[in-house]
Design a protein around this ligand. Sequence first.
Ligand code: NAP
Ligand code: MN
Length: 253
Amino acid sequence: MKYHIFGEKKEALHLEELLQRRKHIKDDVYPDIVFSLGGDGTILKAVQKFVAQKNVKFVGINLGKLGFYTDYECKEADQMLYDIENGQYQLASYSLLEYVFKNDDIAYQGYSLNEIAIISPIHTQIIDVFIDQKHFETFRGTGFLIATPTGSTAYNKSLGGSVIDPNIQAMQLTEIASINNRVYKTLSSSLVFSKQTKLTLQSNFENDYITVDGIFNEFRKVKEIIVSLSDKTANFIVKNRTDFWDRVKKSFL
Ligand code: NAP
Ligand code: MN
C-alpha cells in the first residue's frame, strides 16, 4: 500500500518504521491509506486535505484525545497493520456535506465531515432559509450549524441537536440562539433533511465566522451558502464489529 502519516511526530516515526519494515511505500501526495495520529481534530484536518482524492481510506489512531473517529491505539499498531494487510477490517463510509459558498465573483467549494458553522458573534444575523429553492423562514440570531450524522455528536450535540445514526443519510440544521418574540419567529427545532434536499442560506455573511469542521478560512463577502449531502463519502478502516451506538456510549457515557 501507499501510505501517508498525518499528525504528531514522535509516534509517527514509530509507525513509519513499522510500515517501512513491512515494505509499504510512503506517498504524501496520492496515498491509498492516510493514518491519522491524534484525535478528532487531526482526522478532520486529514479528511479536509485528502478526501477529494478517489479511493483514499482513513485510519484513526488515538493519542489520548476523545477520538470519536479513532478506532485504534498506538500500541495496537502491529495488529492493526496485520489486519489491514489481510483485509480483516470493516469499511465505514461516512456521509459528507458538500458546500458552495458564493459571493459576487467566487464560488468556494468543498466537503465537510462534521459540520459547517455560521456564526455572527456581534450583530444579529438575518438569514433567509430556502429548502429546495423554496423560502422557508427568515432567521434572526447568532447563526446556524449544518451537521452530518457523524458530526451530530460534536458541536451539533452541544447545541441540543439530535444524535443521528450514520446509516441514515441525513443532514441536520440547528439554530444558534434564534430570536423568537412577538415580532420575529423561527421554527426553533433542529431540522433533519434527506439526501435529496438542497439547503440554501442567504444573507450578507461578510462579518460572520464560517467554519468547516472547526477550521476557519477566510471566505470573503459570502452571500449565499448552499449545502447538501454529497455522493462522496469519507471511508474509514474500522475494527470488525464496530457499532455506532457503542462508539457513542464509549465517547459520552
Ligand atoms: P476541539 O476543540 O478539540 O473539539 C472539541 C471536542 O469535540 C474534542 O473533544 C473533540 O475530540 C470532539 N469531537 C470532534 N468531532 C467529534 C465528533 N464527530 N463526535 C464527537 N466528538 C467530536 O477541536 P477539534 O479537535 O479541532 O475538533 C473540531 C470540532 O470541534 C468541530 O468540528 C466542532 O464539532 C467541535 N466544536 C465544538 C464546539 C462546542 O461544542 N461548543 C465548539 C467549537 C468546535 P478530540 O478530543 O479527539 O479532538
Ligand atoms: Mn481536538
